[in-house]
Design a binder for this molecule. Sequence first.
Ligand SMILES: [Zn+2]
Length: 232
Amino acid sequence: MSYCVNCGVELEKACKACPLCDTPVINPREKKDEKVIPAYPEELSIPKSTKKLYICFVVSLVVLIPSLVLIILNAFIFNNPVLKYIISAFAVAWVWFLFPLLWKKPIPSVLVAFDALALMVYFYLYRFSGDDSGWVYGVAIPIVIFLWAIVNVFLLWLRKHRSKGAICIAVLGSINFMTFVSEIASSLFLKGTPQIIVSLVMTACCVSLMIFFTVMEKSKRLKAWMQRKFFL
Ligand SMILES: [Zn+2]
């Protein structure tokens, strides 16, 4: 039996330092090759899946309780029609950010399908709010479907290993494509004719950035310089 020279606490055989005051334990008589399993683990490790479930549970509760209180208060006191959209937006956010945590091995394309579906259900419910609900079918849902399609294409393309530069170029291309889809859909709905003015400005910006990334992919010196300057 040994004791800490500093605080006097009783020490386990395998202790390398006092668990109370962290004073190193030096026993000159201890045999060097003596392998003793420590009585307790050095670090407490919680499995990742448990951690994810725990985070999901806690955050869900944090969102759920105020939502329930608001729903009850709204039904009896406030009677504010806007509130239901806020609460359903919470539900969409739950599907987007917390639902993936429930999966041990998330399948990206399945999660994206749920995300798109949640958005479409949200817009579908929203359509009852105004007198003019055409924007849901004419603008919102087509945009979600195109976005869903492009994310799926992107996920398929990502199955092979791609460089950071190539990913940046692909993301820029997708964003640009989406500006075209959004502008055409909204102008068709609002004016009856397709319009591509904002999208062309976006194209100019995206293409110049894409050229920059392509040059960076090709030039090792520029790539090294960027890594040094911007930690890319
Ligand atoms: Zn001690």
